[in-house]
Design a protein around this ligand. Structure first.
Ligand SMILES: [Zn+2]
Length: 87
């Protein structure tokens, strides 16, 4: 004998989709995804489910290709010192 094994006019027994226990159908609560669960197993829908993405910003109005840099002088490369390990 469970807690739902008694006569209640207009009510029927139902199984909790979360724990599998037999309860009266009037005590079960429906979840957001359509399951019927005990009140102690019911959880609200997570707020992160309602997060919407941020629309991307529009491209810039004036778009030009990158300009090659102009150099006025070239420096000579300094030679590396000899490797002390000889490797
Ligand atoms: Zn349950």
């Amino acid at each position: 004998m469970g807690r739902a094994d008694h006569y209640s006019p207009g009510d029927n027994n139902a199984i909790c989709d979360s724990c599998g226990r037999k309860r009266k159908a009037s005590t079960l609560k429906k979840t957001w995804d359509g399951f019927y669960v005990c009140p102690e197993h019911w959880e609200p829908r997570h707020p992160q489910d309602y997060v919407r993405n941020v629309p991307e910003s529009l491209p810039v109005a004036i778009n030009r290709p990158a300009v090659e840099p102009t150099f006025t002088a070239e420096a000579e490369a300094i030679p590396l010192p000899p490797n002390p390990l000889g490797v």
